[in-house]
Design a protein around this ligand. Sequence first.
Ligand code: DX5
Ligand code: ZN
Length: 222
Amino acid sequence: MENILSPSLLAADFGKAAQQLKEIEAVGTQYIHLDVMDGMFVPNISFGIPVIQSLRKDTDMIFDVHLMIVEPERYIEAFRKAGADIINFHVEATKNPKEVLSKIKQTGAKTGITIKPKTPVCEIVPYLKDVDMVLVMTVEPGFGGQKFMAEQMQKVEELAKIRKQEGLLFDIEVDGGVDLTNVEKVLQAGANVIVAGSAVFGAEDIAKRAKEFLKILQEKKT
Ligand code: DX5
Ligand code: ZN
């Protein structure tokens, strides 16, 4: 499976977002992770549809949208129209994950299902054959710059095992507190899409930092 870097825009300088996106794209970054927060599902508000729509003009990177909003089924089409390529929603945020998945599929976007640190893998097992991606949170969602929860790697291992047993092909993405010191452990556990917010956009030279991540991701290719 291809290892992919998905830097989280949440840690970028929003006033220079377009320029910063171009910088990381130029060194080969494939995805940009877009954290949408509604102040209800998580105790923070970030950005939404118009910002994503505006950024779409500035880059060809894959838009990996992480919805931290209640009842995501209400806004799937709008996010797709704004430019989302992958739409991740939280299983805890909806009464009907199957409906959300079919709405995402109808738009032609890739489907992603996300679990918070306290949510066990068994909660999403019924949906695994219908998803392109599973996102395992390694911090409580809501804020960048938190400490990586290493014990969540058990869930990544469990998902990688199920994927193999069932002959499925979904990507496993890890989000929260990933940096150059722990990224290898994350890959080793079986994840192949790596979110890094402050570790990329907090660096003095963001292009250089993205390159450092990309080098590790390439070397550890399985
Ligand atoms: C947290 C977000 C993360 C966050 C990651 O709710 O989902 O994507 O921006 O930031 P870092 O890498 O700084 O933990
Ligand atoms: Zn995220």
